[in-house]
Design a protein around this ligand. Structure first.
Ligand code: ADP
Ligand code: MG
Ligand code: MG
Length: 878
C-alpha cells in the first residue's frame, strides 16, 4: 500500500525515496556509520496530499508499517521509543527528490516527554543534555507541527540568556534549560495548544506535518521560483537520533568535500561543539571552520576525511555532507552532490577527470549552463585599483562570487517592487529565512549581517549564482528606520538608507559604497581547457547574432563559428544615419537617391568591419525586415518633427500627414520583411551592393569573406524568387563593374508557417534556411510577442503552458513545423544548411531539441550566450 524502505536495503530511485533517503541508504550500504531508520516514500506523500479524507490521522496500513519498521530500529538501537528507562529518540526529516535547502521541515529529539526527560537525564548522567534536548523538541514540534511562530520560543531563549548573563545557549545550565522547558510549555498554553505527551501521537503528527509542509506556501514558492515540477512529494525519513549536544566531545557540522566557490580540493565547512541540528546553519552561534576539527578531535577528523573520499568515489562528484559527533564517535547524517558556483563547477569537473573518477563526457554533463552563465557574469575589473580600494567599507564572508551593484532594499517586498520598476537591488538583511526566497531571487546580490558560509542565504545564493556576502559583523540593520549602519575598518561608522547604492564583491566578501563599475568576464585557464573539450564533442555549429563589428569581435572571442544573423537595419539607428533613413522613406525621389548613396557608404563600412572580424567564417546578413515606420519620428516629439520637416523641406503638418499615412493597424503582420523588398526594391538593392562591395574590398585586403544574404519573412516561393532575382542582378552588375567576383549564397528565413508548409518548394530555390523562431512561434501560436505579458503568467500558473514558448521552443507545435521543414527541405536539397537564429538559439533545452531531434546544422544566439550554447550543444551529443 505505502511502501517503506529501511536504510541499507535495496536501492530505489531518488524519485521514490527522495534524495536524502536514497543517499542515507547508499551510505549505510557503504558501511559508514549512519543511525538506523527508514524512509516513507514520496508516493505516500502524494497520496496524502491528494486525499482529502486522510486529514490529520495517517491511514491505518501506513501506520502499521511504520510501527513495524520502528520495531527494527528499536532492536538495532537496543532502546525503546517512549520508555523512560531506556528511551529511543527519533528525528523526522523531510527530503524530496530534488534538494530544496531549508525549505522543508525537520523535527529532532522526537519521543521526549516529562517522564522520558527525567529518565534520559538519569541514564546518561547528563541532565543538561536531557533538558537541552527537550527544549529543542518543544520548539521544533511546536513550530513545525502546531505552527507556533519560532520567534515565541526564540524570545524566551533570548530572555533566559539575558537573565543568566550568557551569550551562547551552550552556556546555559541544566537548571536554566529545565526552566526554559517550563516557559516553552507556557508558550503552548498561551497559544491554546496541546503538547502531546504520548510519543506515538508525536510521531504521527510530525509525519503528517512534513507531508503538509510539501503543500505549504514556502515550499510551493520555492518550487515555483526554481521551476521544479513533476515531483510526487517529499519522502519522510524517520531515524534514530544521535546527539551532538552531549558535551565537549560531541558536536555537529556541515561540510563540502571541495571548496564550492573556486573548486579547490579541500574540505570546506563548519562545525560547533556541543550543539545540535540547525545550530550551525541558523547563525545562532558562530561556527568554527572545519579545519579546526583536526586539532579538536584528530581521530574523528581523519575518519571524516576518509568518508569524504569514499563518498566522492561513490557519487563521483563533490559532496555536501551533514554529520554529528556523539561522545567522540562520528555519524553521517546526509550527503548529496553539493551546489557550487560556476568557477568551482568547471574546476571540479576538470579535476574529477584528471583524478580518474569521471570521463570527459561526464565532465561536460556536470557543468550546467547556469554555471557558465555565472562565469560569464561581470566582475570588478581591478580590485587593486585605488578607486576600488577607497570605496571598500567593510568585509563579510565571501559566500557566493560575482560583482553586484544595486540599491539597498531591506525587505522581500521592496526588492520585488524594485524589480518591477527595473531598479537593481541589493537585498540587505540581518539574516535571510526561507520566506525571503522571492526577494533573494529578484535581487542582484545579497548581504547579511549574520550566518556563516553554509547559512541559508549562502547556499541559496550559490545555487543561483547570485553574489552574496554574509556574516558581515560590521553591519547592523534597522528595518524600522529603513537604515543600515556599517562600521568601517578604521572604526568609524557610515549609515545608508534604503535606496542608496552599494556594491558587493562576492569573491572577496568586500562591501563597497556607491555604484562601482563592472567589467565583462574572460575565458581563460581551466575554463578554456574545458571549452576545448566541449568543442571537440559537439556536432553542431554555434553562430552569433551580431549587428556590428564590435558584436562580431565579442562573438568570436566567445567562440562563435560565424554570424547567423546580422540585422543590418540595426545600424540605421545611429543619429547621423537615422535622418538619412527618414530622407529615404519620406523624401522626394532625388532626396531618396541621395540618401541611398550615403547609406550605401555606411553599410559598406559596417559589413567590411564585420567580415574582417569574422575572417574565414560565414556571415549571414538579413535584408531589411522591420516595418518602415519604426524609423520615423514619433508624432509626439515636436522638436524632432520640426528638425526632420526642415531637413526635408516640408511643413510640420505635411510631415505629420506623411507619417500618419504610413501607420498600420497591425504592423508586425504588415508591410515588412520581403514585402518591403518587393514593393520598394531600392533599399535591398543598396544593401546587396553594400554587402558585395564590402566582401570584395575585404577579399582585396586578404580577408576570407563569406557573405550569406538572407531574405526575411518569406511565405511563398514566389516572394523568394522575386528577391533572389533582384539580388542576383545587383551582384552581376557589381561584379561586372569591378571585374571580379566572390562566392555568396542566397537563402531565406523560415518564420511564417506557410513557408514551413511549403519548404520543399522554397528549398528548390534557396541555398540555406534559417528559422526565425521568434516570429515562427508568434505566428504559430498567434501570440503577439509584444503583448504576451498580459496573459502568460496566468497561462503558466494554470498549467496551460509549461514554459514561456518565446524562451524555450515549443517542441510539440512549433517544433513539429521545424522538423517538417528540415525533412522537406533536405529531401529536395540534401546538403541544405539549416539553422536557427531566434532567441531560442541560446536556450539550452531548445538547443538540445534543435541538435538531437530537428537535426539542424547550427544555432545562432547573442554573442554573450555563445559559450552556453556551445556547452548545450555538446551536452546534446554526449
Ligand atoms: P535539511 O533538509 O533542512 O538539511 P535535515 O533533515 O538534514 O534537514 O536535518 C537538519 C539537521 O538536523 C541535520 O543536519 C542534523 O544536524 C540534524 N539531524 C537530523 N537527523 C538527525 C539524527 N538522526 N540525529 C542527529 N541529528 C540529526
Ligand atoms: Mg540536511
Ligand atoms: Mg523575424
Amino acid at each position: 500500500y505505502c511502501p517503506i524502505a529501511p536504510f541499507g536495503k535495496g536501492n530505489e530511485a531518488k524519485h521514490v525515496l527522495g534524495g536524502k533517503g536514497a543517499n542515507l541508504a547508499e551510505m549505510s550500504e557503504l558501511g559508514l556509520s549512519v543511525p538506523p531508520g527508514f524512509t516513507i516514500t514520496t508516493e505516500c506523500c502524494n497520496k496524502f496530499c491528494n486525499d482529502a479524507t486522510w486529514d490529520n490521522s495517517l491511514p491505518k496500513p501506513l501506520w502499521d508499517s511504520i510501527i513495524k519498521s520502528l520495531d527494527a530500529v528499536q532492536d538495532d538501537m537496543s532502546s525503546v521509543f517512549g520508555s523512560p528507562e531506556n528511551p529511543l529518540l527519533l528525528s523526522v526529516r523531510s527530503g524530496a527528490a530534488i534538494s530544496m535547502p531549508g525549505m522543508m521541515d525537520t523535527v529532532l529529539n522526537l519521543g521526549m516527554n516529562d517522564k522520558v526527560v527525567e529518565g534520559l537525564a538519569k541514564k546518561t548522567d547528563n541532565p543538561r543534555f536531557a533538558w537541552d534536548s527537550y527544549r529543542r523538541f518543544l520548539e521544533m514540534f511546536g513550530n513545525v507541527v502546531l505552527e507556533i511562530p519560532r520567534s515565541h520560543f526564540e524570545d524566551e531563549l533570548d530572555d533566559m540568556k539575558y537573565e543568566k548573563g550568557v551569550n551562547e545557549d551552550s552556556d546555559l545550565s541544566a537548571e536554566d534549560l529545565q526552566e526554559l522547558v517550563t516557559r516553552f510549555k507556557a508558550v503552548y498554553e498561551t497559544m491554546d495548544m496541546q503538547f502531546p505527551q504520548d510519543v506515538l501521537e508525536q510521531l504521527s503528527l510530525s509525519i503528517g506535518a512534513v507531508f503538509k509542509g510539501w503543500m505549504g506556501p514556502r515550499a510551493i514558492k520555492y518550487r515555483e521560483v526554481e521551476n521544479i515540477r513533476n515531483l510526487l512529494g517529499t519522502a519522510v525519513n524517520v531515524q534514530a537520533m544521535v546527539f551532538g549536544n552531549m558535551g565537549d566531545t560531541s558536536g555537529t557540522g556541515v561540510s563540502f568535500s571541495r571548496e564550492p566557490n573556486i573548486g579547490t580540493r579541500e574540505l570546506f565547512g563548519e562545525f560547533l561543539i556541543n550543539a545540535q541540528g540547525e545550530d550551525v546553519v541558523s547563525g545562532v552561534r558562530t561556527p568554527r571552520p572545519i579545519s579546526e576539527l583536526e586539532d579538536e578531535m584528530p581521530e574523528v577528523y581523519k575518519e571524516f576525511v576518509e568518508n569524504n573520499r569514499i563518498l566522492e568515489a561513490k557519487f563521483r562528484d563533490m559532496q555536501d555532507i551533514e554529520f554529528t559527533i556523539q561522545e567522540g564517535k562520528l555519524y553521517m547524517l546526509q550527503t548529496r552532490n553539493g551546489k557550487r558556483g560556476g568557477e568551482a563547477a568547471v574546476k571540479i569537473a576538470v579535476d574529477l577527470v584528471s583524478e580518474g573518477l569521471i570521463s570527459k563526457n561526464e565532465a561536460i554533463k556536470k557543468v550546467l549552463p547556469e554555471h557558465l552563465d555565472q562565469l560569464l557574469h561581470p566582475r570588478f575589473p581591478d580590485v587593486e585599483q585605488k578607486e576600488y580600494r577607497d570605496a571598500v567599507i567593510t568585509r563579510g564572508l565571501p559566500a557566493s562570487p560575482g560583482a553586484a551593484v544595486g540599491r539597498i532594499a531591506m525587505s522581500n517586498e521592496k526588492v520585488v517592487e524594485n524589480k518591477k520598476n527595473g531598479i537593481p537591488s541589493i537585498m540587505v538583511r540581518d539574516e535571510t529565512s526561507p520566506d525571503d526566497v522571492e526577494g533573494m531571487f529578484s535581487a542582484e546580490g545579497i548581504l547579511t549581517a549574520r550566518g556563516g558560509m553554509t547559512s541559508h542565504a549562502a547556499v541559496v545564493a550559490r545555487g543561483w549564482g547570485k553574489p552574496c556576502v554574509c556574516g558581515c559583523t560590521a553591519l547592523s540593520v534597522d528595518e524600522e528606520k529603513g537604515e543600515i549602519t556599517l562600521t568601517m575598518d578604521d572604526g568609524s561608522q557610515k549609515t545608508f538608507k534604503e535606496g542608496d547604492f552599494i556594491s558587493l564583491n562576492g569573491q572577496s566578501g568586500e562591501v563597497l559604497e556607491g555604484s562601482q563599475t563592472v567589467a565583462p568576464p574572460t575565458i581563460t585557464g581551466t575554463l578554456k581547457n574545458f571549452m576545448e573539450w566541449v568543442d571537440d564533442v559537439r556536432e553542431i555549429d554555434v553562430l552569433a547574432n551580431a549587428d556590428t563589428p564590435a558584436d562580431a569581435k565579442e562573438a568570436r572571442k566567445n567562440g562563435a563559428n560565424g554570424i547567423g544573423l546580422c540585422r543590418s537595419e540595426h545600424m540605421f539607428f545611429k543619429p547621423e544615419r537615422i535622418s538619412k533613413v527618414r530622407q529615404l522613406i519620406l523624401g522626394s525621389n532625388e532626396q531618396a537617391e541621395e540618401a541611398l548613396k550615403d547609406l550605401l557608404k555606411f553599410q559598406r563600412e559596417d559589413y567590411e568591419g564585420i567580415f574582417k572580424e569574422m575572417d574565414g567564417l560565414p556571415v549571414t546578413i538579413r535584408l531589411l525586415d522591420p516595418p518602415l515606420h519604426e524609423f520615423l519620428p514619433s508624432l509626439k516629439e515636436e522638436n524632432i518633427l520640426a528638425d526632420c520637416a526642415e531637413q526635408l523641406g516640408f511643413t510640420v503638418d505635411e510631415l505629420k500627414e506623411k507619417v500618419e499615412a504610413m501607420e498600420e493597424v497591425n504592423p508586425m503582420l504588415g508591410l515588412r520583411g520581403c514585402r518591403l523588398g518587393i514593393t520598394r526594391p531600392s533599399i535591398i538593392k543598396m544593401q546587396t551592393r553594400a554587402i558585395l562591395e564590402a566582401a570584395l574590398n575585404a577579399i582585396d585586403a586578404g580577408i576570407d569573406a563569406k557573405p550569406d544574404i538572407m531574405v526575411p519573412l518569406v511565405g511563398k516561393v514566389e516572394e523568394f524568387r522575386n528577391q533572389r532575382d533582384v539580388i542576383k542582378s545587383v551582384a552581376d552588375t557589381v561584379f561586372a563593374e569591378q571585374g571580379k567576383s566572390c562566392d555568396y549564397k542566397i537563402g531565406t528565413m523560415i518564420e511564417i508557417p506557410r513557408a514551413a508548409l511549403t519548404a520543399h518548394e522554397i528549398a528548390e530555390e534557396a541555398e540555406f534556411f534559417s528559422f526565425g523562431s521568434n516570429d515562427l512561434t508568434q505566428m504559430t501560436f498567434g501570440y503577439s510577442r509584444d503583448d504576451v505579458g498580459s496573459f502568460l503568467p496566468d497561462y503558466l500558473n494554470k498549467g496551460i503552458l509549461q514554459d514561456d514558448p518565446f524562451v524555450t521552443i515549443d517542441t510539440e507545435g512549433v517544433g513539429q513545423l521545424i522538423k517538417m521543414t528540415v525533412e522537406r527541405g533536405r529531401n529536395v536539397r540534401p546538403d541544405l544548411k539549416i539553422g536557427v537564429c531566434g532567441e531560442h538559439g541560446g536556450d539550452p533545452r531548445s538547443v538540445r531539441f534543435f541538435a538531437n531531434e530537428a537535426g539542424l546544422s547550427y544555432v545562432s544566439c547573442s554573442p554573450f550566450r555563445v559559450p552556453i550554447a556551445r556547452l548545450a550543444a555538446a551536452q546534446a551529443s554526449v
